[in-house]
Design a protein around this ligand. Structure first.
Ligand code: UDP
Length: 254
């Protein structure tokens, strides 16, 4: 079994070596795809936090996140949230649609945690009066600063219409995912989305891109409030991969 896994990994690595790398991020690599307009998204086992000051390789994380993200993207597609996922190519690789990434991290929150708790002195776990959407500029050098719509419009990172669309899609994703996770006893505290533009003739529209996984969401066991997400890594709580696996198991994808 181990030999088979090793052989599969080696052959995937060979395939990848032949493909041109388009972009390498902290937890993912994008390779050129088999056809124009497509890419291959590879989920790495690497994890980082605090602007990559803290790093680790978590064996098995890539497979689990790929599966969870696939499940979520398929679900979203089924309720009309268009996204870049096309199909699974291997346990850690997905065929995706190529998009022009909008340089924003879109965070949606239901419950206070993380940087929101810090910024406003809100106790972690305090429910918010309504879902909050925040925008951060995707720029590691600047530590992803929070930005206002005023900045987004002035610097033309996205048009006012795109921002309106992004808000509407984000709220729809929130509603859907609260239901999906809630049904398996998991509370969706907050999450981060990324969007990209696709052009069809003269018109361009935005679709959901990147990944949705315990690396990009805060997920708590609804009964015990146990953290089942990347905060286990950020805060040295242990059992990181075990907790991600628990999320996958409850969703029925592992
Ligand atoms: N998040 C992310 N990537 C980032 C920053 C945040 O996926 O670069 C996610 C994070 O996992 C959480 C949500 O966005 O689910 C809100 O994160 P927050 O602003 O509280 O920042 P953090 O506490 O992660 O620094």
């Amino acid at each position: 079994m181990k030999a088979e896994v090793e052989a599969r990994r080696a052959s995937q690595a060979d395939d990848r070596a032949r493909r041109r790398t388009i972009y390498e991020g902290k937890a993912k690599i994008l390779y050129e795809g088999p056809e124009p307009g497509t890419l291959i998204q590879h989920f790495k086992d690497d994890t980082t936090a605090f602007d990559a000051e803290k790093r680790a390789v978590l064996e098995g994380k890539g497979v689990i996140n790929s599966r969870i993200s696939e499940f979520v993207m398929r679900r979203l597609n089924a309720v009309g949230v268009q996204n870049h996922f096309i199909e699974r190519l291997s346990p850690t690789e997905q065929l995706i649609r190529e998009v022009e990434i909008i340089p924003l991290e879109v965070v949606c929150r239901n419950i206070a945690a993380g940087s929101l708790s810090q910024r406003f002195g809100l106790p972690e776990g305090q429910p918010l009066p309504r879902a909050l959407i925040e925008f951060y500029l995707k720029d590691d050098r600047l530590h992803d600063p929070m930005v206002a719509e005023e900045h987004i419009a002035a610097f033309d990172w996205a048009s006012p219409q795109e921002i309106a669309d992004i808000r509407a899609v984000t709220l729809k994703v929130n509603d859907e995912l609260r239901g999906v996770f809630g049904a398996v006893g998991i509370t969706l505290v907050d999450f981060k989305l990324e969007f990209g533009r696709v052009r069809e003739g003269d018109v361009s529209r935005i679709i959901l891109a990147d990944e949705i996984s315990p690396d990009s969401c805060r997920l708590w066991d609804s009964a015990s409030r146990k953290k089942l997400d990347k905060d286990r890594f950020r805060r040295d709580l242990g059992d990181v991969v075990e907790s991600y696996t628990e999320v996958a198991r409850r969703l029925g994808v592992m």
